[in-house]
Design a protein around this ligand. Sequence first.
Ligand SMILES: Nc1ncnc2c1ncn2[C@@H]1O[C@H](COP(=O)(O)OP(=O)(O)OP(=O)(O)O)[C@@H](O)[C@H]1O
Length: 233
Amino acid sequence: MLEASGVTVRYGRRAALEDVSLRVVPGTVTGLAGPSGCGKSTLARVLALMLRPDAGTVTLDGVPVLRWRQRAPRELRVRVALLYQQPRPAVDPRLPLAEVIGEPLAAAGRPGPDRVRELAELTGLTGDLLGRRPHEVSDGQLQRACLARALALEPRYLICDEMTTMLDASTQAHLVGVVRDYQRRTGAGVLAISHDMTLLGRWADRVVHLGEPPFRTFAESAHQIRQVRDLGE
Ligand SMILES: Nc1ncnc2c1ncn2[C@@H]1O[C@H](COP(=O)(O)OP(=O)(O)OP(=O)(O)O)[C@@H](O)[C@H]1O
């Protein structure tokens, strides 16, 4: 399980998250909804070990996280992958897509053109796109490459932060399908962050609602959380 417990994050003097707890359970999709600015992306970065909280704890499969970003132990870092809403700032613009996808493989010391092709195929990228640089492909194609990169080392947890918000309906459906297949095949835990309650209602096993300010605090058991199990609720 990937678990944030009592997490507080401040930017300057302002709290973006206060005493927030959330669990991502392997084999399930947890939806995270909430108004703009309530701290969803901040929580995503904390859970992806990219942002050290000012208070609270994160545990990953029972192991307390003590170091963050590049200082986090590699075996913990590779267990969580984060997919952003906007793919362009998330890639090195100089690299062709094959290298973008292959980055985690190269960092793990096992580069493999076959694996890159397999990941590209899985995410719906044709071979001719793999030699192109980010500015030569569409946002949807680039997001497919980012998803391929996120899946390269088979993370146990995948955090999708508004992964499909910028994309057309058919690309959105395809990418959600790829994540769903991956989750079912590997038993990974997925955190799906979205404003789109229709999408979350279809995709997630449960939806946690991060409250509006001033109710920044929530916990799995607290009243600020609404757990929506179906769309009618
Ligand atoms: N690097 C930063 N420096 C200062 N304030 C920040 C920073 N990043 C986020 N914030 C502020 O923290 C709060 C939470 O931001 P966050 O991006 O986590 O919210 P969000 O729920 O993901 O929003 P959205 O749905 O619009 O993406 C916001 O008020 C935002 O302005």
